[in-house]
Design a protein around this ligand. Structure first.
Ligand code: SAM
Length: 277
């Protein structure tokens, strides 16, 4: 891989831009405007060509980083960003979803700061939101789920525990009173389900697996923790997000939970007569 030649500039600026989950019209207006001005775009592997068309004038550099981690060396990417910013005014580091979610953003920011290069983040639609939209569910729901946890069981290469974290420490603090959104968990869905059950989640907790949200091959599969604990999930290399919790129950079951809640609330909130005078 080599960088395209450019006239050296004092220093350019690097924009960390969220590419969204895949569909070319799920980027922000700001992202599209920055891409339109980009001289160079260093992009992850898991992006549609249609998204890259928002940067018609830019040199495109695939840095080969897939969402599941197979990648160009991070150190190479860090160096390439610094180098690009020394040659070009507008450098875009285009990351899938939102750059701040499992995006290894800090390593790249650290490299830029060490080199005195200016940077800015343009947020994107993270896979959790895209998956919720695909499944037709809210992640929060009154009386059902008042928190959302975005979590991954995956430990990156070089991190402590990478060789096999059987402790289920990733599940610390998760609660059945919320919605758990699991990233990078497709291949280990069975183990994740068993961990959650062992930590107090009911085996019949509903789950929806959303594969390739917003892509033409998007697919959703409705399941439960018990079913996943038994059989895992069929995976085929496409990205998967798992939504787990009562907020993603089938509508009829969800309505029953909500009616129950509203009933309780009505009783609890029985108005106290106000006596005037
Ligand atoms: C390294 S993380 C990057 C997440 C990304 N920064 C985001 O905000 O969505 C990659 C994981 O995100 C999830 N993911 C990303 N895009 C997805 C999509 N279109 N559909 C389902 N899951 C997706 C998968 O769990 C995948 O393994």
């Amino acid at each position: 891989m080599s960088l395209p030649a450019g006239q050296p500039v004092a220093t350019g600026k690097v924009w960390f831009v969220g590419a969204g989950p895949g569909a070319a019209d799920l980027l922000t207006v700001r992202a599209i405007r920055v891409l339109a001005r980009a001289d160079v775009v260093l992009h992850d592997a898991l992006l549609t060509d249609a998204v890259l068309e928002w940067a018609p004038a830019a040199d495109l550099i695939a840095v080969g980083k897939r969402c599941d981690g197979a990648s160009a060396e991070q150190a190479w990417i860090d160096r390439a960003l610094v180098d690009a910013a020394r040659r070009h005014a507008v450098v875009v580091r285009l990351k899938g979803g939102d750059p701040t979610v499992f995006g290894r953003l800090d390593e790249e920011i650290d490299a830029l700061e060490a080199a005195g290069i200016d940077w800015e983040i343009v947020p994107g639609i993270t896979a959790a939101g895209a998956a919720a939209a695909a499944a037709g569910h809210s992640l929060t729901r009154r009386g059902v789920a008042r928190r959302v946890d975005i979590v991954t069981p995956r430990i990156g290469r070089g991190e402590p525990g990478h060789e096999g974290d059987a402790s289920g420490g990733w599940a610390d603090g998760l609660s059945p009173s919320g919605t758990v959104v699991l990233y990078m968990a497709g291949r280990v869905a069975g183990r994740c389900a068993r961990t959650l059950i062992a930590r107090g989640f009911s085996p019949d907790t509903p789950a929806v697996a959303v594969r390739a949200a917003s892509w033409p091959d998007q697919a959703t599969e409705r399941t439960t923790l018990a079913a996943m604990a038994r059989g895992g999930l069929a995976v085929d290399g496409r990205p998967i997000v798992l939504l787990v919790g009562r907020a993603v129950a089938e509508r009829r079951a969800l309505d029953a939970v909500r009616r129950q809640f509203e009933g309780d609330r009505l009783i609890a909130a029985e108005p106290t007569p106000v006596v005037v005078g």
